[in-house]
Design a protein around this ligand. Structure first.
Ligand SMILES: Nc1ncnc2c1ncn2[C@@H]1O[C@H](COP(=O)(O)OP(=O)(O)OP(=O)(O)O)[C@@H](O)[C@H]1O
Ligand SMILES: [Mg+2]
Length: 172
């Protein structure tokens, strides 16, 4: 599912911004593995990349898991025609399922075969990724540029959403 959230370039953590510019400018090697704690702005930063790259394909690991066993279903076809693939929420479940493993590995292999750069986004450190999946997935996702993201949880620093619920009628 493509997240529909407002994103501002100025709120992307500086180190991540620099690394993404290096990747898009061809100065850093693909694939990219972006990881960090909840709310630091990984998904918003990846969405900003998606906004700027025409023909980028967005998926989350759950979608790849759902389609893992389907031969030529739309995520594999769309990703094969993309010039950048972004996969969010890698390893977000507490345990890796066989479907998630196969989906992630299949996307990594397909993109490698076709020469399509991939931006992987996760909460797991590279070592946790290795433990969650195995050496083979770790190797495929972390062999290019690994980008740790630090900072505040931005969910706590935004404007609170005002309630739209009308107040109750006064009792008589
Ligand atoms: N660049 C940005 N522009 C606007 N808002 C942002 C930006 N980065 C973060 N935020 C705010 O912080 C919230 C969390 O950001 P985001 O979803 O990118 O975090 P995350 O690192 O992907 O977290 P998680 O690990 O939980 O998926 C967003 O919903 C948004 O309110
Ligand atoms: Mg996220």
């Amino acid at each position: 599912m493509f997240p529909r959230v407002v994103r501002e370039p100025a709120r992307v953590p500086r180190r991540l911004q620099q690394a993404l510019q290096g990747l898009l400018g061809g100065r850093l090697p693909w694939p990219a593995y972006v990881f960090g704690p909840a709310g630091v702005g990984k998904t918003c930063a990846a969405l900003l990349v998606h906004d700027t790259v025409p023909e980028a394909f967005w998926a989350d690991a759950e979608l790849l898991a759902e389609h893992a066993y389907e031969q030529a279903s739309w995520p594999w076809r769309f990703a094969s025609r993309a010039n950048l693939v972004i996969v969010d929420e890698v390893g977000c479940r507490s345990r890796s399922s066989e479907r998630e493993y196969l989906g992630v590995k299949r996307m990594a292999d397909q993109c490698h075969r076709l020469g399509v750069p991939v931006l992987w986004v996760s909460n797991l450190t590279p070592e946790q990724l290795r433990q969650h999946f195995d050496d083979r997935v770790f190797s495929r996702l972390c062999c290019g540029t690994v980008i740790p993201v630090e900072g505040e949880d931005q969910r706590f620093s935004g404007f609170p959403i005002k309630s739209q619920v009308p107040p109750p009628e006064p009792s008589r």
